[in-house]
Design a protein around this ligand. Sequence first.
Ligand SMILES: Cc1cc2nc3c(=O)[nH]c(=O)nc-3n(C[C@H](O)[C@H](O)[C@H](O)COP(=O)(O)OP(=O)(O)OC[C@H]3O[C@@H](n4cnc5c(N)ncnc54)[C@H](O)[C@@H]3O)c2cc1C
Length: 458
Amino acid sequence: MSGITRRKLLAGSVLAGFLGLTQPLSSSAIGRTIPWRNWSGNLVAHPAKRFSPASESELADYLKVSRGAVRPVGSGHSFSALVPTDGDLIVIDQLKGLLDHDEVNETATFGAGTRLGDIGPLLERVEQAMINLPDIDRQTLAGATATATHGTGIRFPCLSGFVEEIRLLTMKGETLDVSASKGIDLFNAASVSLGALGIVTSMKLQNRKPYRLKAVNGCEPIEEVLEHFDESAQRHRHYEMFPLTHSDYALTLAIDETEEPINNPPPSAEEAAIFANAMSGWSKVPPALRKPLVDGMASMIGDSQAIDVSYRILSNIRNNRFNEMEYSVPLDAGAPCLREIVKTIIDKEIDVVFPLEYRYVRRDDTWLSMSSGDEDHAAISIHRTASEDYRPYFDLIEPIFWKYGGRPHWGKIHSLGFKELKDLYPRFRDFAEIRESLDPEGRLLNEHLRKLFLPGDR
Ligand SMILES: Cc1cc2nc3c(=O)[nH]c(=O)nc-3n(C[C@H](O)[C@H](O)[C@H](O)COP(=O)(O)OP(=O)(O)OC[C@H]3O[C@@H](n4cnc5c(N)ncnc54)[C@H](O)[C@@H]3O)c2cc1C
């Protein structure tokens, strides 16, 4: 088994988790009351109707005359109940594509419904590239930024940190062009809006010249990775790890710019199947007896590498559906928080084979991102296969995040409400006020958002 590589291991396994193919809202569904589901299937809703505007003016007209609850939806990749509504679902998938670009400043404006995965090839044509991307690229631009979706890298803020301008249609049908120069408070609020301020129709992004990346995957003992994590995070453009559960080992991923030729072979399906079987074998062994098996396989994983254009290296295809909880903690709290989670999984014999994820994200000025404020943050994720009940596991781990001052990822599962959130973000109350002023009737509030933004609504 000496030829095992992390890439092959991930390709067909439970560890792979993650695929980004959502169930798109087909045009034949528009106007019909059919259920909406998110990517992982933990959320179902029965919207009164779906409205998919073909243009900004069609959307503005709709907002002026419509009454009742509405929720905007992107590609439905959030695990938290941001989208579900029994009112109207606003689907902005027709508002997409590259609308404008500026060669000198390396900025470009996109329709807000553009999938992140479509942005790379579109930007390539105008000699630009996104500066960073999350783990998958099936999300829409508006959906990803609404929850402060982030990638990896101590030098890179979440995607909202690269937004320069936002076009926002309010519930009154007004069009607001929001940017730092036109009003810094509204800009910092609207950059991570949870879809609570209005409907975003386009966004201008700060980009850079196209570049090529080399990803090197490895496997090392968790404690050794933690020992050099800060140094590795500084040395590499991107550095992260996936601690294996019931194991001393973590998969590691280091990504750097390169001029080397593209070499990105697809993972072998046959080998992927071998490892998928091996790992489904772990799940049949009681957690308390699993460690020698997992450690044994992990110690045989060799390094592997891939070189490609930036967007094909930064984002992945995740095949197996799962649910996820992710919190960010201040950088100094990252290692102790991760250690406590790893130990709790072992001590409580939690029956989970999915790895954790540990990455750094740079601070930013938005009001509601996980890294907003003066400090960089460590983001820690736990996952559970979609077919299993995630609640007992997530309920056990969530208080550990709280102990270390954790802030939840808005698009992932958490149980916090206004009472706790108002103290986690210095500008949380300011955001709640702007929300109220833009949507005084609360038409954009569903049950989940009421819990987040209305004091006393628990
Ligand atoms: C497999 C997988 C991998 C992931 N990897 C990462 C990762 O690496 N890093 C990370 O940070 N997150 C990650 N996520 C989380 C994901 O990026 C976020 O949940 C993201 O918000 C989903 O985008 P979406 O387009 O699916 O939006 P949705 O989930 O459909 O909506 C998200 C929010 O955006 C709002 N919204 C959508 N469109 C508009 C609009 N036009 N105007 C205003 N508001 C709008 C919605 O109302 C909602 O509040 C991952 C999720 C999955 C399923």
